[in-house]
Design a binder for this molecule. Sequence first.
Ligand code: MEV
Length: 417
Amino acid sequence: MMKMKWDQFYKKPYHERLEMIASDRDLSDEERQRLFADNSDVSNNLIENFLTDYPLPEGVVTNLKVNGRSHLVPMVVEEPSVIAAASNGSKLLAAGDGIHAVVSDRLVGGQIIVKGAEVDQLKRFVNDNEATIFKIANDSHPRVLLYGRGAQKLGVRKLDETFASVDLAVDTGEAMGANMINTMLETVAAWLQQKLGVVITMAILSNYADQSIVAVSGIVPFDKLKNQFLSGEVVAQRIADASHVAQIDIYRAATHNKGIMNGIDAAAIAFGNDWRAIESAAQSFASRDGQYRGLSQWQVTPAGLRGKMTVPIPIGYVGGATKVLPLAKINQKIAGVYNVTEEMQIIAAVGLAQNLAALKALVTDGIQKGHMNLQLKSLAMANGATSEEVAAVVTALRKLDHPSSQAVKQILEQLRR
Ligand code: MEV
């Protein structure tokens, strides 16, 4: 077979890989230095073909009150207004009684897809052998019973005339448990194949994490919602209307949920979690009744505007990347979260606060006004303003009808004269 240029690339030492990329792509010395400066042993051992650590901004949400305790929540996000909005939403909810959060379930689920089995027979077999299957599953991974209570639930679902799913749910304690459950499923799958002679299509955890659920709710007093032109009651009703629209229209629901995930993902990343798993869980959960809907709902009550949301947050407090990424532990400390339940609650709470701030902005001033200052800052920096120059450039840009890259360059020229 012809040898390809990048064959065995992953086997090369870090410096060789960097040099190969730099020379192949004609990177300048400065660009090469930039990549090199952010290399780390941790990441080099964490992923294949590691090149550099990609820095994203981390900031902190203030005033997030959850179950009576105030938290600072680190968030990693590149979108300018997300943290400001989350802090704003948190403050509004803190003016009520804060956010009430409950974790109703915390199991990791997975499935063994079986082809061509007689489903009633499979159901009977699995049911009759539940204790044996639990033991096989728990014995397959040395640490599962150290972390949590191990295998907890077992069932069989008919998917269609050909396929069935053997579903296993596991308590993995403080760990996310992806590796544990995958090992358990593969071991049980092999046993089922041997015992029943069935065809196994695959064995893998399910990201439809409907057994890792957090319910969050909170109330905003009307007087906190009023502005120069609108009473708090009117703003509350508009937010309730916006929430209703997200229940009936997929176009709006997707955007509504994107706002929620702005908060959830940013906090999940800060804690070193697999945010794609959370995205996948939340987005699929949003269509659990067959229609994709907004994850949160807001309604006007005599006490104020009440928001609630039920959302899967499949994360781990220990293990995986939370153990190796140096910032994950520091961020858990900043947030003051000491176990997986608290971390799930905090992440979901940020999502609710984020959603509130977005809806409030949308039904009052519109989103652009609040974003403007931060967007002008980004525009200034993207066009070469230093941190000392940013404030002056933003002030000058605010006076313009159409702030542009060209305008920043002209302002900078004047400033630097
Ligand atoms: C922008 O990142 C998020 C929003 O579009 C969310 C929403 O519309 O609810 C502002």
